[in-house]
Design a protein around this ligand. Structure first.
Ligand code: ATP
Length: 241
């Protein structure tokens, strides 16, 4: 269970408020789509949750751990167990899909492994399992530069899962993908949430949000204006989108 209370963030010299009194609880298996007009604070919210931005104010608890109360264990928990996926997955184009999954991101991988590229056999099997689950087994030995955008995004998801991600924060993970690939990525995330209890919070276009999300947040002026579960948005709720 994730609990956020009174999250606030202001930016720039004039301290312009970008997030104001944001609060919510999240349960395992939820797939949350974050919607809102340009500048409403969607990316900032994801970056704050990933601890890539400092919070000005707010409480943050994950599975009973007070993230800011336990300076060391709290932040480490987020860095180890949460993955932040940017729009264009940060993969090494010259390495195979499998190597990208195994080596992981610097926050999750010991330095010696990044330098030597050495892996344990159970890690290898784990990575192959994740690639298989994401329909990428036949692409495991291909360089990621040869994969499509949707396949690369799924490699990034496989990498996050192999490294134990319980929460994936994804900023526009399907932007730029063709409709079939976008559906494919979303179907994969939806299935993982249902089967494994993974939590996903992601910025999505409204059409995909209404098809795949279990919950929709509409942000306006840095606040969650609407928090909708298990149904489409009403005309009023989608008014400023
Ligand atoms: N570091 C920063 N310095 C100055 N302004 C910032 C900074 N970070 C965000 N902002 C401003 O905060 C507001 C919210 O930004 P954010 O990127 O979170 O919005 P968004 O909803 O993701 O927008 P978009 O849909 O256009 O990507 C914007 O007006 C943006 O210009």
């Amino acid at each position: 269970m994730i609990t956020v209370e009174h999250l606030a963030k202001a930016v720039g010299e004039e301290k312009m408020p970008v997030l104001q009194d944001v609060g919510f609880q999240l349960e395992p298996g939820e797939l949350v789509a974050v919607l809102g007009g340009s500048g409403s604070g969607k990316s900032t919210l994801l970056r704050c949750l990933a601890l890539r931005e400092k919070w000005d104010r707010g409480n943050f608890r994950v599975d009973g751990t007070d993230i800011f109360g336990n300076v060391f264990t709290g932040k480490r928990k987020i860095r180890r167990e949460w993955a932040y996926l940017e729009q264009n997955a940060e993969l090494n184009p010259n390495r195979t899909a499998l190597k990208n999954v195994l080596i992981g991101q610097s926050a999750q991988t010991p330095l010696w492994r990044m330098v030597t590229g050495m892996v344990r056999s159970d890690d290898y099997m784990g990575a192959m399992d994740e690639l298989d689950a994401l329909g990428l087994l036949d692409k495991a030995k291909m360089k990621t530069s040869q994969l499509s955008g949707g396949e690369r995004q799924r490699v990034a998801i496989a990498r996050a899962l192999t490294h134990g991600a319980k929460v994936i924060l994804a900023d526009e993970p399907v932007t730029g993908l063709d409709p079939k690939s976008a559906e494919n990525v979303m179907e994969t995330l939806r299935r993982l949430c249902k089967e494994t209890g993974l939590i996903v919070v992601t910025v999505l276009p409204i059409e995909l949000a209404e098809r795949f999300a279990t919950r929709i947040w509409v942000l306006e002026d840095g606040r969650i204006k609407h928090d909708v579960k298990g149904r489409r948005l009403t005309v009023k709720e989608r008014m400023n989108l």
